[in-house]
Design a protein around this ligand. Sequence first.
Ligand code: 5AD
Ligand code: SF4
Length: 463
Amino acid sequence: MPIERKVIDIEKIEEQRAICAQIFERVTADGQRPLAMVDTYGCQQNEADSEKIRGYLAEMGYGLDVIVVNTCAVREHAEMRVLGNVGALNHSKKARPGQIIAVCGCMVQQKHMAEKIKMSYPVVDLVFGPHELWRFPELLNQVMEKHKRVFAIDKAESVAEGIPLRRDGKVKAWLSIMYGCNNFCTYCIVPYVRGRERSRRPEDVLAEARQLVAEGYKDITLLGQNVNSYGKDLDCGVDFADLIRQINDIPGDFLIRFMTSHPRDATEKLFKTMAECEKCAHHIHLPVQSGSDRILKRMNRHYDRAKYLDEIATARRYMPDLVITTDIIVGFPDETEEDFADTLSLCEEVRYDAMFTFIYSKRVGTPAATMPDPYTRADKQVHFDQLMELSNRISGEKHKEYEGKTVRVLVDGETGKEEYNLSSRTNGGRLVHLHGDKSLIGQFIDVKITASNTWALYGSLEF
Ligand code: 5AD
Ligand code: SF4
């Protein structure tokens, strides 16, 4: 059943922008404009959220001494880093007593974490969850005017249009097409902190895509926790493949990427659309998480190994040059040697171009957190290292196959190094280091691959 959709009226966003203007007047009155800082942890969704926070801050004139820490809750390690770094802000605040410190994002949407910050981190002035981001100016204004701490952790799952954005860079752009997740994989905290799936309307997504193309962006990544279920909550007759086709029809030379796809509902229609749309990159990030049917069931992934491999075969039939990447969790509760061997064999079979591997991290409130687990962290580390070795070997072998070939890349930035001063990406998203003039940034060019290693390719413009 579709959830009730809380759309934030555009007037409400206008109100927030009016507050930005008020703050601008106040803080720029003495002619001083020190920089604000937004520190981002976690996934691309968080990067995209931080661009909204920066957009609001820019409208406030940056004339603030504000530090915003945008947090992640997917694994314990990220939370520990955030807490360590927030604790260290004590020094910064002592030196600059007027400084405002805000902590937002997925970590603080968890009740126990918001409570922990309230009790143990008095340095923090403002805490807000992902559902409250749209009213960040109002919350910040409350802190500034009332000189008291503000905690805003609403549960209302909203979709807001019209929030100003300050993007990172001029070549690549994130474009959020939906928020939240309905899948409830048993290890994952995301559905609890980001809420149920809410798609943005196709016309809003298309308008933003057109604007990005007009502004000269060349690489647009459509973002969602599970992009394949785009539109299901809207009843608007546009599914994810249709959306790709509509964006592909926008005139201009640019690439369409997307992430993340859940194997549960990646369809043949999607692969066919990817193959037919000339602007769609031949890359799919299709997290398998495990190669063992027993573990996949316990993870609540709704597919088995055979279905997954079948999907890969279908996708490769449509796009023989498809770049495939994945996420894998090692050491899910009660993962045996046999289960792990299934993961290794699946990886050998698929031969991923790149794998993102994680050791299972227990998340409070998820079903997996209460599953018995006889294995130690040290046992898991052994498997993790084995998987990394396999992943590095296959990536290295796949990269070697590029040597001597000419590939089209998009030059996306500078590396800061002398020999290979530019970075670029192939259509499939592989990193290629180059030497060339920085005027090439933002251009599609042909390069010859001259060398490679596990992580990257090295190319030459002269051939
Ligand atoms: N422990 C370890 N890895 C996790 N991921 C999600 N939740 C956990 C967890 N509790 C991984 C999954 C997901 C990626 C973004 O993070 O592999 O695809
Ligand atoms: Fe988490 Fe699963 Fe949703 Fe991905 S699909 S965000 S792993 S619950």
